[in-house]
Design a protein around this ligand. Structure first.
Ligand code: P53
Length: 477
């Protein structure tokens, strides 16, 4: 019984959501930098509204974020104090290749992550590195159109080879693309895509997806060549779709909604396009831009493990009359009347995590890694900056309990668990600071005011105990 002895407990972040230092040491601009907080954000990150530069009307939270770029030592020391075994972070592509299409990397950027990884190892923390977490160099978007262009493969190859070579021995766990399925919902954020008037959007999305899938297989190949110890994972924004009722049309709708997400992982893990996707695309006259060697590459270089984020389950309906959707989530879903929701309308379903884990494990039979899970909430610090976040502890404890059931009762093979936003950071969906996930409070608001001081919350001490007992003691006392 129990989790593995070497279970990888930790927390997760993404470069653009915490680093700041957007123009330090030669860093170039990326799509995520120009995504503002506020009303326009959704249209911009979904590629519907073209917005490729800063302006004076908007506030751009990624520019400074929580200034982790200049404070990473302090932050990693706090992760060490909680007993993290792993820390999931992402590389800002534009620190390494500021424009994206250079031949030679920017040494200052490479050095930054090298120092950061060494800092992690001081505390016995194993880095888990997302190569691309919602970032694409602005120059590659303006010059090439982002991932819709096959040339991206060359730039990504150069990036990944550089990283695997330079960080050999320092990093062994890699993820190629964060939430690869987000491309269907937020394609500017996911793949640097801005739609042009009148084009077939679905065709553009699946072309870009094909490029990312081939790029992911190529990176997996290179990772294994550079160091056979490297382990490469794919990353899915997961969450089982329940049928809205036992009516067969609802069950079919739920199956189809799941497949829309699993499609990506089917390719990355099984190594070929699934029949249902081939049929659907063919029916709609959409051609997949296969080139010579793509099929072999996909088949021969599948991922070693399956990682995913889980915040909520989803509901699908086959009845066009049913259209009451959840709000505030890029992955809109029919409302589940049996579930409570967060302040942002994300429905809370711990048992759904067990169900989702079983679904994914049944499908792929590879080790799983939960690399995001957590509650975005408004915290109210007292006069000392201390936050009693029992609501967050409740959320995490109930999800970790369900996760353990999937392992202990159902036999799912699970490598680790990293909660999302282990230190407060900028929200990807909304750009807000007030949507907080962290164990560590950061004094900063939606407009960029605040001292940036870090203060451990109640959940900090709770999570430390969870890690110490390898998940046996989840109590909040
Ligand atoms: P925020 C939507 C649904 C599921 C996962 O999200 C999502 C999103 C994007 O909104 O993204 C992941 O910050 C993502 C992180 C992100 C986190 O979930 O909108 O990998 O970058 O911060 C939470 O509350």
């Amino acid at each position: 019984m129990g989790l593995r002895k070497d279970f990888l407990w930790g927390g997760a972040t993404a470069a653009n959501q915490l680093e700041g230092g957007y123009d330090q040491d030669g860093r170039g601009l990326a799509n995520v930098d120009v995504a503002p907080v506020g009303e326009d954000r959704r249209a911009i990150i979904s590629g519907e509204k073209k917005h490729l530069d800063f302006d004076d009307e908007h506030f751009y939270p990624a520019k400074e974020a929580i200034d982790h770029y200049n404070r990473y030592k302090e932050d990693i020391a706090l992760f060490g104090e909680m007993g993290f075994k792993t820390y999931r972070l992402s590389i800002a592509w534009t620190r390494i290749f500021p424009k994206g299409d250079e031949k030679e990397p920017n040494e200052a950027g490479l050095k930054f992550y090298e120092d950061l990884f060494k800092e992690c190892h001081k505390y016995g923390i194993e880095p888990l590195v997302t190569i691309t977490h919602f970032d694409c160099p602005m120059h590659l978007i303006k010059e090439y159109g982002g991932w819709r262009n096959r040339k991206m493969l060359d730039f990504y190859e150069n990036l990944t080879r550089t990283l695997f070579t330079r960080y050999k021995g320092l990093v062994k766990y890699w993820l190629t693309f964060n939430e690869i399925n987000i491309i269907l919902h937020a394609p500017f954020m996911g793949a640097g895509i801005v739609f042009e008037e009148g084009e077939n959007k679905k065709e553009v999305l699946y072309r870009a997806a094909h490029h990312e899938l081939v790029a992911s297989a190529m990176a997996t190949k290179i990772a294994h060549e550079v160091d056979p110890k490297n382990q490469v994972g794919c990353m899915l924004a997961a969450g089982k779709n329940y049928p809205n009722s036992p009516r067969p049309i609802d069950v079919l709708a739920a199956q189809q909604a799941d497949r829309q997400n699993y499609f990506f992982i089917d390719v990355q893990s099984r190594g070929e396009y699934p029949a249902y996707a081939l049929k659907e695309l063919e029916r709609e006259g959409i051609e997949i831009p296969f080139e010579e060697g793509d099929r072999e590459l996909l088949k021969e270089h599948t991922v070693d493990f399956i990682s995913f984020s889980y915040y909520s389950s989803r509901v699908a309906s086959g009845d066009p009359e049913v259209n009451e959707k959840t709000e505030g989530n890029i992955f809109a879903s029919v409302k589940n009347p049996y579930l409570e929701a967060s302040e942002w309308g994300w429905q809370i379903d711990p048992l759904g995590l067990r169900i989702t884990m079983n679904d994914i494990y049944d499908r792929y039979q590879k080790p799983l890694f939960i690399v995001e899970n957590g509650l975005g909430a408004i915290d109210k610090p007292d006069e000392n900056g201390y936050v009693e976040d029992d609501y967050r502890i409740d959320y995490l404890a109930s999800h970790i309990k369900a996760m353990k059931e999937a392992v202990e009762l159902d036999g799912v093979d699970l490598m680790g668990y990293t909660s999302w936003g282990c230190i407060d950071l900028v929200s990807a969906g909304t750009g807000e600071m007030k949507k907080r996930y962290g164990f560590i409070y950061v004094d900063r608001d939606n407009k960029g005011n605040g001292t940036l001081e870090r203060t451990p919350k109640k959940s900090f001490h709770w999570y430390k105990k969870v890690i110490e007992t390898n998940g046996e003691d989840l109590s909040n006392d």
